[in-house]
Design a protein around this ligand. Structure first.
Ligand SMILES: [Zn+2]
Length: 122
C-alpha cells in the first residue's frame, strides 16, 4: 500500500469515527428527553423495548469504535494493512470493503471455518 492510500484510509476511519461519536451523543440525549413524555404503561413498555434496541446498536457501535481506534493505532505504527495472522499484506480492495479488518482474506476464511466448527460442537 502506498502513502496516498494509507492517508485515504486514515481519513475514512477518522470520518467514520466522528460519525459514530456524533450519533452516540444524539441517541443519549434523545433517550433522556423522551423518558418523561410517556407516562402510560403501554407506551413505557414500547419505549423500553425501543431503548433496549438502541442499547444493542450502541454496543455494536462501541465495538466498531474500538476497532476503528485500533486501526488508527496501526496506521500510526505502520502496521495497518498487514495481516496479524500471517504477516502478509491485506488486499486494498478488502480494506476498502472493511477498513478495520486485521486479517487477510485467507486467514479470515480460516477463522470463520474454525468458528463454524466450534459452533457445531456446542
Ligand atoms: Zn493472513
Amino acid at each position: 500500500m502506498n502513502q496516498r492510500q494509507l492517508k485515504s484510509f486514515e481519513k475514512l476511519l477518522r470520518e467514520r469515527r466522528q460519525e459514530l461519536l456524533t450519533d452516540a451523543v444524539r441517541t443519549v440525549s434523545g433517550m433522556n428527553d423522551s423518558k418523561d413524555n410517556f407516562p402510560e404503561p403501554a407506551d413505557r413498555a414500547a419505549l423500553e423495548s425501543e431503548r433496549n434496541a438502541t442499547l444493542r446498536i450502541r454496543d455494536r457501535e462501541r465495538k466498531l469504535l474500538s476497532k476503528i481506534d485500533e486501526a488508527l493505532d496501526r496506521i500510526g505504527e505502520g502496521t495497518y494493512g498487514v495481516c496479524e495472522e500471517c504477516g502478509e499484506a491485506i488486499g486494498v480492495d478488502r480494506l476498502k470493503a472493511r477498513p478495520v479488518t486485521t486479517l487477510c482474506i485467507d486467514c479470515k476464511a480460516d477463522q470463520e471455518a474454525e468458528e463454524r466448527r466450534q459452533r457445531g460442537w456446542d
